[in-house]
Write a protein that binds this ligand. Structure first.
Ligand code: SF4
Ligand code: MG
Length: 271
């Protein structure tokens, strides 16, 4: 398979970008652009809507029709666009805090309707842009700026949530496996109905630093679960906590986990 040059899909005039060094969100964004390019979607017919957060800032660099909406409301804006212009391909970029906390209601109702959207949920287990606060996906025991002694709450399993809410395509992928990510994005974009892809990403600036998981590449290794702890000398440089290092999310299944065909919501057809 030939490599895709994503530069024609980037607003290079908007560079440099705001992401921290080592943040995996760029890997996720690249995989999405590759999937759009390979699908042959006309950039003028491609819409990406985002809420608020580091992942949402990515849309500012995509040379499609883009909308930076309000916190948690990206699925709602995307619903309006899709109903008004059904010929467009409409996607949503959202973070775990954006999509599952303040935007939780908007996300589940978009899934329930089975409207033809592709939602990418970047899960870095923390609120990145606003300073490393605990998020609905932060694993129990993990340190955040608002849980300095470790998170006491269980985390959301967004995949189960989306299946329960009615999404007709549900997948989970990891930024540590970019080629798999490209293929899953391709399937999600081709699916007719509500497609949800959770992507395990990293935040070395907050989650990695607070939990002594190292920098970006080391966190990608952590995501693969082959080696869940960075070497002690490296971790020692970043210590802000004396708590045990959390393991990667246990038992999280990866891949396309649910797919069904059911009527797609168009706002007009009853039944
Ligand atoms: Fe990425 Fe975290 Fe930096 Fe945000 S704060 S750009 S999620 S590393
Ligand atoms: Mg987040």
């Amino acid at each position: 398979m030939t490599l895709v040059d994503i530069r024609p899909h980037l607003r290079e005039w908007a560079m440099p970008h705001v992401l921290c060094a080592g943040c995996a969100h760029g890997i996720v964004g690249r995989a999405f652009l590759v999937a759009v390019d390979r699908a042959g979607i006309d950039p003028d017919q491609m819409v990406v809507v985002a809420g608020i957060g580091c992942s949402s800032r990515l849309v500012g660099y995509l040379d499609f029709c883009t909308l930076h909406a309000t916190h948690g409301r990206a699925p709602t804006f995307a619903t309006g666009i899709k109903l008004a212009r059904p010929e467009l391909t409409v996607a949503v970029f959202s973070g775990d805090g954006d999509g599952l906390a303040i935007g939780g209601n908007h996300l589940i109702h978009a899934a329930r309707r089975n409207i033809d959207l592709t939602v990418v949920l970047f899960n870095n287990e923390i609120y990145g842009m606003t300073g490393g606060q605990v998020a609905p996906t932060t694993q129990r025991g993990a340190v955040a700026s608002t849980t300095p002694r470790g998170n006491t709450e269980p985390a959301f399993d967004s995949v189960k949530l989306m299946v329960g809410a009615g999404a007709s395509f549900v997948a989970r992928a990891s930024a540590s496996e970019p080629f798999t990510l490209e293929r899953i994005f391709a399937e999600a974009l081709a699916h007719r109905g509500f497609a949800f892809v959770e992507v395990l990403s990293n935040c070395p600036t907050y989650f990695g630093r607070y939990n002594r998981l190292g920098d970006g590449p080391e966190m990608l290794v952590w995501l693969t679960r082959q080696d869940s702890r960075v070497a002690d000398p490296l971790a020692a440089k970043r210590v802000v906590s004396h708590l045990p290092v959390p393991e990667p999310p246990p038992g999280l299944e990866l891949g396309i986990l649910h797919r069904e065909e059911r009527p797609v919501f168009d706002g007009r057809t009853p039944g």
